[in-house]
Write a new protein. Structure first.
Length: 439
């Protein structure tokens, strides 16, 4: 599928296939300052459901009712991130896509290669439609740079999350620990202690673990980053997955699993279920799950819990931050501008504050914090995690990373089940590098 998308993009660039607007060649450059977005209708494909979708639809309705250009945005739930990616691939080949699309960086880069999305820098710097100098400087720079590929802004971040270590404070006290582990050695010791001494709030005590490992690539990235490692070479153009930091992370998980202190997750959100009912001492997950954990613990073992950075190997924490951004698809100049104006509005501080309260994500604009004083006070765990944003490190944005994530997950499973670590990582490195040949 990735090769098909790339081939389509090459053909479009050569004028041999239909573009997103069904033309026979790429559209000529237009004077953005002269484009009129009046009365345009645009479609926004997103993945949000339940309370988040309701809040987003309410915000869309507010934009539709207040923007001075009569722009109408129609928000559509388009499935999961993977569903949206598949829908975009089909749409880019057939000439029908949305105007705004949620996309992770590696997905957006593939759309860019297919000439399916536009560079946002001309919109951001437009004298008439763009961002003021103060507004541009207000975005969290690391978030913006995550979406900047080869000098082009392929998307704009509406929010981000970070990976943190959820921990059962009551159980830690029972184990004589003053707080969450600061090193991986201490983490391992506490996992073994939890295996041997079940939580008092788990009266059955049949299953007692330190940790349930989700094999998702982001968990492996979090553990590797926290040790000072990376998934890319210094240039950011090639994978580096056979590193000492990755090896140490997987070796520890293999050892703890063999000792019965850690288990691989066997069902969706099985780590969260085990944590909520007091069967697992720790959980490594995104901060976006804070509300769900709060609800789950309250209806589960009902214990005191907290969040902290993952154990570290250095003097300062390093946390994995990530999140899908929003790209503007290549359609017509008028629709593209209308889509940009909604995206610009959605990432302004008042809307960001509103979105934070509905989604529990972290905002993309720094000044939003001033509007969140009450929310931070009412949600101390969220406030605690907020302090870690400056220590964030991002996973690769290379096209095809979705396939590499699957390779990483399979490697994690093999190693935890007993495969030799270094040979498994060497194989992973070769397979990951091979995916770059498609691009």
């Amino acid at each position: 599928m990735r090769a098909t998308l790339r081939k389509w993009g090459m053909a479009a660039a050569a004028g041999l296939a239909a573009g997103c607007v069904g033309e026979d060649a790429p559209a000529p450059a237009v004077d953005l300052e002269a484009v009129d977005p009046q009365g345009q209708e645009v479609v926004f494909w997103y993945q949000h459901q339940r309370a988040r979708e309701q809040a987003l639809q309410e915000m869309i309705a507010d934009f539709n009712g207040t923007n001075p250009h009569g722009i109408r945005v129609r928000g559509e739930f388009a499935g999961s991130y993977g569903d949206i990616y598949n829908k975009m691939v089909v749409g880019l080949q057939g000439g029908s896509v949305a105007d705004l699309v949620v996309a992770y960086q590696n997905q957006a880069w593939e759309y860019l290669l297919a000439d399916g999305i536009v560079d946002l820098i001309p919109y951001m710097t437009s004298a008439r439609w763009g961002l003021s100098q103060a507004a541009a400087a207000d975005y969290v720079e690391a978030f913006l740079l995550q979406d900047r590929i080869e000098g082009r802004q392929i998307a704009l971040p509406p929010n981000r999350s970070i990976e943190v270590l959820y921990h059962n404070m009551d159980w830690l006290r029972e184990l004589g620990a003053p707080g969450p582990p600061e090193t991986w050695e201490e983490f391992a010791r506490l996992c073994r202690a939890a295996r041997d001494r079940p939580f008092s709030g788990n009266p059955a005590g049949v299953r007692s673990l330190g940790f349930v490992l989700d094999m998702d690539a982001s968990r492996a990235a979090s553990m590797t980053f926290s040790r000072g490692g990376d998934f890319l070479d210094p240039a950011g153009t090639s994978y580096r997955l056979d590193t000492p930091e990755m090896a140490a992370s997987l070796q520890l998980m293999q050892e703890l699993a063999a000792e019965g202190a850690v288990e691989l997750m066997g069902e969706a959100y099985g780590d969260q279920t085990a944590f909520n009912i007091g069967e697992a001492l720790f959980m490594l997950r995104s901060t976006s799950g804070l509300p769900f954990v709060q609800e789950g613990v309250a209806t589960g073992a009902d214990f005191d819990w907290g969040v902290a950075p993952p154990p570290q190997a250095g003097p300062e924490p390093l946390v994995n931050f990530y999140g899908a951004s929003i790209s503007v698809c290549r359609t017509t100049p008028e629709r593209q501008l209308a889509a940009w104006l909604f995206l610009k509005w959605f990432t302004e501080p008042p809307q960001q504050a509103r979105w934070v309260k509905a989604s529990n994500y972290f905002p993309a604009r720094k000044s939003t914090r001033r509007l969140l004083a009450d929310y931070l006070e009412e949600n101390p765990r969220y406030a605690s995690a907020y302090q870690l944003l400056e220590y964030g490190k991002a996973e690769p944005s290379l096209p095809g990373y979705e396939a590499v994530r699957r390779l990483i997950s399979r490697t994690v499973v093999r190693v935890v089940q007993g495969a030799e670590v270094q040979s498994s990582l060497s194989r992973l490195q070769q397979e990951a590098q091979a995916t770059l040949q498609d691009y």
